[in-house]
Design a binder for this molecule. Structure first.
Ligand code: NAD
Length: 469
């Protein structure tokens, strides 16, 4: 088992000492004890990592597809050997219940990386347009900045795609959950990934993140996190006209039409809203229900929420762990306090374990679609239920959001797909259609710019060149 106390950064194919002796402590959000630490990197560390990535770029970009695919395949194998450790680490640093941690926090990034190993092995597409040969080339040195809620998946969605495209990467994981990224770099090192192709600098957003976003030699910044930080990163990159791709927040609607299977729609909808304690950017946090089913849906959602077992992430019975930090818990409690809607489950007075950053699974009915609760991303286990009279009203309420990341629609298939087409959002699941890790993922409006996952995700890390003959 590896240590949670990490004192080095990974730059140029080696574990190296950081510029500063300052460290960032990592808290276990269930025990509220210090779990480990990582270096607080500096701009000087970022400089070294960007130089290493630049030096490695030409060679990695020119590596034949089959060889690059084989390298990523070895990387995937080394990571897969750590699957249990990944789930355990995310359980410790984020508090995700172990079962979900195994399936989603470890399983999903492994699937995504193996998909990118396959895509990397295919030569980049070329086409002829008139007298032009159009080729796709790696975009260059990538800065990858990621959040804490799916700490390995969000990293792999960027790193896998960027490396498959032939880019080199400087990665900064979230300072709240940096430990699982060390397992990724352990796997990269063990698998013999060429020096400088993937580099790790841990640290805070304002220091390391800002240094990456503003670095003159970073060609593309790929960011997942809050809309506010996405804005700051876009501004920093704008000064040098660097390409930016952003995966930001969401306030997704789960639309339950008149002819839906209401019981299934509500149960799946509540599960979706509370996945990872509601700390999921795609969470269906607004449940929109046709008036003919409204009371039944409210009752069922309240009952489902009340049935959640809240507690120790490592207890197999637990379905809802703590939130990532005290700050996040207090932020979520603030939304509940100001909700101004009818509380039907959970709330501030519902019992939760005395230790750990818990918020009880909470459901509000009769939520005003324009209220703070219906408009702002809560990022906790809080579901808002809103009624509607017909499909047009459902679409209008669903689209009444500055975000547009995900969503669900339930009803007879043709009708549900017709509604899905009208939603201004990057993904919609009809009647519980399952998440597809190879389909494009990303947002409309303030949910982001660009797409991740699969071939669309890889294309984000390419430039297109026209050669006239
Ligand atoms: P955050 O924006 O605070 O932090 C994300 C990352 O940005 C962290 O690594 C942080 O250190 C870094 N950062 C902070 N300030 C920075 C700055 N000035 N310059 C450069 N980097 C900086 O977000 P978070 O709290 O870690 O994550 C939660 C948010 O992420 C939620 O809003 C959620 O919806 C969003 N999210 C979106 C997606 C998606 O794919 N669309 C996925 C997961 C999370």
């Amino acid at each position: 088992m590896t240590s949670e106390f990490r004192d080095q950064l990974y730059i140029g194919g080696q574990w190296v000492p950081p510029d500063s002796s300052e460290r960032i402590e990592v808290e276990n959000p269930y025990t509220e004890q210090v779990l480990g630490h990582v270096p607080a990197g500096t701009a000087a560390d970022v400089d070294l990592a960007v130089s290493a990535a630049r030096r490695a770029f030409e060679g990695w970009a020119a590596t034949p597809a089959a060889e690059r695919g084989a390298a990523l395949s070895r990387f995937h194998q080394a990571l897969a050997a750590r699957a249990d450790e990944i789930a355990r680490t995310v359980g410790l640093e984020l508090g995700t219940p172990l079962k979900v941690a195994k399936a989603v926090q470890a399983g999903l990034p492994l699937t995504v990386l193996s998909g990118y190993a396959e895509l990397a092995a295919r030569p980049a597409a070329e086409e002829t347009i008139g007298n032009s040969l159009v080729v796709h080339e790696p975009a260059g040195v990538v800065g990858a900045i990621t959040p804490w809620n799916y700490p390995l998946h969000q990293v792999v969605a960027k790193v896998g795609a960027a490396l498959a495209a032939g880019c080199t990467v400087v990665l900064k994981p979230s300072e709240l959950t940096p430990l699982v990224a060390y397992l990724l770099l352990d796997a990269a090192h063990e698998s013999g990934l060429p020096a400088g192709v993937l580099n790790l600098v841990t640290g805070t957003g304002p220091v390391v993140g800002a240094a990456i976003a503003g670095h003159p030699d970073v060609d593309l910044v790929s960011f997942t996190g809050s809309t506010a930080t996405g804005r700051a990163i876009s501004r920093a990159a704008a000064d040098r006209i660097a390409k930016v791709s952003l995966e930001l927040g969401g306030k997704s609607a789960n639309v339950i039409l008149e002819d839906a299977d209401v019981v299934k729609a509500v149960k799946v909808g509540v599960g979706n809203a509370f996945l990872n304690s509601g700390q999921t950017c795609t969470a269906w946090t607004r449940m929109l229900v046709h008036r003919s089913h409204y009371d039944e849906a409210v009752e069922l959602a309240a009952k489902t929420a009340a049935g959640y077992t809240v507690g120790d992430p490592f207890d197999p019975a637990t379905r809802l762990g703590p939130l990532v930090s005290a700050a996040q818990r207090d932020r979520v409690r603030g939304f509940i306090e100001r909700a101004g809607a009818r509380l039907v489950a959970g709330g501030l007075d519902a019992p939760v374990p005395a230790t750990g950053h818990f918020v009880a699974p909470t459901v509000f009915a009769d939520v005003d679609p324009d209220s703070e609760l219906a408009q702002e991303e809560v990022f906790g286990p809080v579901l808002s239920i809103i009624g509607f009279d017909d499909d047009d009203e459902a679409v209008a309420i669903a689209n009444n959001s500055k975000y547009g990341l995900a969503g669900g629609v339930w009803g007879s298939t043709d009708r549900a797909v017709a509604v899905a087409r009208r939603l201004r959002t990057g993904a919609v699941d009809v009647n519980g259609g399952s998440f597809n890790p190879f389909a494009p993922f990303g947002g409309y409006k303030q949910s982001g710019i660009g797409r991740e996952l699969g071939a669309y995700g890889l294309a984000e890390f390419q430039q297109v060149k026209a050669i006239q003959r």
